[in-house]
Design a protein around this ligand. Structure first.
Ligand code: T4K
Length: 372
């Protein structure tokens, strides 16, 4: 490749449209603190994501950290979660002074293995934080059944699951809470940004306090909150991007299908299959490099880089194995999570990825399989 191809590339609205949309800010000078565009984006996202209420935040991590805080779990309580995720998920638990208890994942699609959750529950367990990793949906029914049986909260990290519908309902409706990430690398973005799905006005008010210092009015600060607000430039970027979301998803779908077609019969290359049937958002294109391929994951990752193709090892190492967490917490048997983490490569996938580029990437992968 003459130019580097990265794992993703932010979608952008037409330049003139964005410039036009931000012009009023020069008049109003209202740049943040729940301005007009923040409010408008909350409304439009409620509709698009088909959820009762949305509280916008400065990023997805803050959404997760604050929504966990909103439940007020006692310090030192245990939270069952997946280690096959971005560090943010585990950080959000630990930064709330809670103990992550890592559960293994499923080979099929990398989501938490619902059959292994129950054995990890102790009297200290208060919640389950599963991740819809790559936009693959967890076994929501089974997780709810377990949570109900032991009176646990379920907080979904739906950072990758923007726009997905499950049983004709927005994915954010499931669990006691769910968060999304609108980071620049996501299917839909606000440059930096995120959101908490709120079930009702009460939860919305709690999130409002948590993201705005607990300030109720000029003279009253009712609780100790953080500063997690989304600014108006980000909200406008979101409003502009939301207009083009169908085009973005269509383009991603085409690329995803082409990759699938070109790579499906390469020996030793496994494309994960979602375990649960839901709509797709084509957020990532992960492959697992198995023994039969002949080269290991790191060798293929290097080989692609030699061709100017920068795939990523999302998610290696497991968060449980990161320097900041290693040997600090109870680990279940994480055999499958370790296997997937050692085999995964996420290939470039973004709106304006070209057919020619996908062909070349697939050809390199195909030509280097020893079995062909
Ligand atoms: N939970 C889960 C499961 C998550 O995956 C994430 C974030 C979160 C929670 C937390 O949400 P946020 O607080 O981030 O909203 C990236 C993203 O920064 C992160 O949002 C994402 N998950 C994670 C999986 O990936 P990096 O360190 O890999 O990004 P970086 O800077 O290497 O960028 C990757 C590629 O994206 C670049 O090679 C080029 C492209 N890119 C990058 C940036 C920054 C763009 O096209 N535009 C850009 O502005 O973490």
């Amino acid at each position: 490749m003459d130019k580097p191809i990265y794992v993703t590339r932010s979608s952008m609205p037409p330049y003139e449209e964005f410039i036009e949309a931000i012009k009023p800010l020069w008049e109003s000078r209202w740049l943040t603190n729940m301005g007009k565009y923040h409010q408008q984006l909350e409304k439009e996202l409620q509709d698009y994501l088909d959820v009762p209420l949305i509280s916008l935040t400065v990023n997805g991590h803050t959404a997760l950290e604050l929504v966990i805080q909103s439940f007020g779990f006692p310090e030192g309580s245990e939270v069952i979660t997946t280690p096959f995720t971005f560090v943010s998920t585990t950080h959000a638990i630990v930064r709330n002074h809670l103990e992550p208890v890592f559960c293994d994942v499923k080979e099929s699609d990398g989501t938490i293995d619902e059959k292994k959750i129950e054995e990890l529950i102790t009297p200290k367990t208060v919640a389950i934080v599963p991740v819809h990793v790559y936009g693959n949906i967890c076994n929501i029914e089974k997780i709810k059944e377990i949570a109900d049986k032991y009176s646990l909260k379920v907080i979904y990290d739906a950072a990758h699951a923007f726009g997905i519908k499950y049983h004709n309902k927005g994915i954010g409706n499931y669990g006691d809470a769910a968060i999304f990430s609108f980071h620049a690398t996501k299917v839909f973005h606000t440059i930096e940004g995120g959101a908490v799905v709120c079930k009702d006005q009460d939860m919305y008010s709690k999130m409002y306090d948590l993201k705005d210092f607990g300030i109720r009015n000029e003279e009253l600060t009712a609780s100790v909150g953080a500063n997690g607000k989304m600014n108006e430039f980000s909200a406008i970027m979101g409003l502009c991007n939301l207009k083009y979301i169908d085009e973005v998803l269509n383009a991603r779908k085409k690329s995803y299908e082409l990759y699938s077609q070109l790579l499906s019969d390469v020996p030793g290359i496994r494309i994960p299959k979602p375990d649960v049937i839901a709509t797709r958002n084509y957020a990532y294109f992960p492959i697992f490099v198995e023994k039969k391929y002949g080269k290991n994951r790191d060798e293929l990752h290097r080989l692609l880089a030699e061709h100017n193709i920068y795939s990523r090892k999302y998610f290696y190492p497991l968060t449980a194995d990161q320097a900041c967490f290693k040997n600090r917490y109870k680990n279940a048997n994480l055999k499958m999570a370790r296997q997937l983490s050692n085999q995964v490569i996420v290939l470039p996938l973004f709106e304006d990825l070209q057919v020619k580029q996908i062909d070349s990437i697939a050809k390199i992968i195909k030509d280097n399989s020893i079995s062909l």
